[in-house]
Write a protein that binds this ligand. Structure first.
Ligand code: NAD
Length: 465
């Protein structure tokens, strides 16, 4: 049975959209249909698949206005919604370059052993499931999906029920390219359909919270399929005494407030050398106060609303807990309600320590807690004192010192003298591979060559001559 989920508008607080969920009992038939197209999809070869993906890209471009409007309504922000739209074509181009290298290399035949000819083969999973979150609804639903399609898999995506408006206009574009619609479907719903999806596919890609990731991993274990998990973070940044203070404040601010802090790789813990701490905080406060909320209209400023109401309460809980334990708010403050939406200004907090939720739990808001350290040893120890290990950053006057510190950080990617360089958000690069450490994720890299090869089982053909 399908059901109706009322969907909240993050700018107005009104429930102005109804999501009709996919009937969970229809999932096996959808899965069977996709599987029936798998052999043809593989037979098309890489160039054939890229041609279909590019035909779809043309349809997405034609429907750009409708999809963008839907993403904006889902999230309440404009700038990041435009960036989400740009990522689809960029990712197809990038993956085409990498996939050509991957397929050329792996299918080479080579001779080895005495009289035995060895050929390498790649066998894509027939059907991959993708479960995605609300903070970048469009791009996170496609981040694992496009590499899986390029690899030769078919895919079912279950996006977040919090931000589902973009699905209908996107589905329209899929229907216009029948070869695409044959291999990619979106299904709508909440955890019920997410759970059911795991039982229908050969591998599951999950992006979301660590708590749900644990449940997905357990369900995948029971289904005996691989789970590729990209979970939450509490990214640290270390600022050394030799850092350019102005550059560090600017870089950290942009790495903390993009998408109103609703980014898995947001910088959420700032460790600064005592010698420069006060001037750094002054600079960070000054720059924070120059930023404006995108309120009352979308184009008024750069910082959009907090998308999920529950998250607004979580941010305030972290701030209240910190203040009760002695922290000082230097600018910004609690998340406030305006016209039904929840809005958070860039907030700098000092006098924090690791007894506060603000320094241990994922806050997911534009909040910048600054903690002072005396030695690099202490800084590294504090940065690594976390259950998360997604990514991080270092600002230093010398890139050698920065790299030395970065090597000791227990995270998958470290930006030096910048922020967020390790994520898909940079758009053009992403040829690098990176893993999520600790409870930030499990298995394979979603970027670089591994973003494709992780969907293909390796085979060997051994011919006795
Ligand atoms: P969430 O875990 O609540 O939900 C994510 C998705 O899982 C949704 O589609 C939801 O419907 C589905 N789901 C919920 N319970 C399920 C279950 N038992 N089985 C299967 N599916 C289930 O996460 P969220 O609140 O939507 O997203 C925010 C989180 O995502 C943050 O922690 C953020 O850091 C993380 N995130 C991580 C990355 C990354 O690359 N590491 C990127 C974006 C967001």
């Amino acid at each position: 049975m399908s059901k109706i989920i009322p969907v909240r508008n993050p700018r107005t607080g009104q429930y102005d959209y109804e999501l009709k969920t996919t009937d969970v009992h229809s999932l096996p038939a959808i899965a069977a249909e996709l599987r029936s197209h798998h052999a043809d999809w593989v037979a098309l070869g890489l160039e054939g698949r890229l041609k279909v993906l590019n035909a779809w890209r043309v349809e997405v471009e034609k429907a750009r206005g409708a999809i963008l409007d839907a993403v904006v309504a889902d999230t309440g922000r404009l700038i990041e919604s435009e960036k989400e739209m740009q990522r689809l074509p960029a990712s197809i181009d990038r993956l085409a370059i990498m996939a050509r290298e991957v397929f050329a290399e792996r299918t080479l035949s080579l001779r080895s052993m005495k009289g035995v000819e060895v050929h390498g083969g790649l066998s894509p999973f027939p059907l991959v499931g993708v479960i995605s979150p609300w903070n970048f609804p469009l791009s996170s639903s496609l981040l694992d999906t496009i590499p899986a399609l390029v690899a030769g898999c078919t895919a079912i995506v279950k996006p977040s029920e919090i931000t589902p408006r973009f699905v209908e206009p996107l589905l329209e574009t899929l229907r216009k390219v029948p070869e695409m619609y044959a291999v990619l479907r979106y299904v709508n719903g909440d955890k019920e359909i997410g759970e059911a999806l795991i039982g229908q596919v050969d591998a599951i890609c999950f992006t979301g919270s660590a708590a749900t990731g644990q449940k997905v991993a357990e369900a995948a274990g029971r289904a005996f399929i691989p789970a590729f998990l990209e979970l939450g973070g509490k990214d640290p940044v270390i600022v050394t005494a030799s850092a350019d203070i102005d550059k560090a404040a600017a870089g950290i601010l942009s790495g903390s407030v993009a998408n109103a802090g609703q980014v898995c790789v947001s910088l959420e813990r700032i460790y600064v050398d005592r010698k420069i701490a006060e001037s750094f905080v002054e600079k960070l406060v000054e720059k924070s106060q120059q930023l404006k909320l995108a309120y009352p209209t979308l184009k008024d400023g750069t910082i959009g609303p907090i998308i999920l109401e529950r998250q607004a309460h979580a941010i305030n809980q972290h701030l209240n807990d910190a203040v009760a334990k002695g922290a000082r708010i230097r600018c910004g403050g609690l998340v406030e309600q305006r016209d039904g939406g929840w809005w958070a200004s860039p907030t700098v907090v000092t006098d924090v320590d690791h007894d506060m939720m603000l320094m241990t739990d994922e806050t997911f808001g534009p909040i910048m807690p600054v903690m002072v350290y005396d030695t690099i040893e202490d800084a590294v120890q504090l940065a690594n004192d976390s259950t998360y290990g997604l990514s991080g950053a270092v600002f230093s006057g010398s890139s050698e010192e920065g790299l030395g510190i970065a090597r000791r950080m227990e995270v998958g990617a470290v930006s030096i003298n910048s922020s967020g360089l390790g994520t898909a958000a940079i758009g053009e690069g992403d040829f690098h591979e990176k893993n999520a450490f600790k409870q930030s994720g499990l298995a394979g890299s979603r970027l670089g060559y591994d973003s494709i090869t992780r969907f293909m089982r390796k085979k060997a053909y051994l011919i006795q001559n």
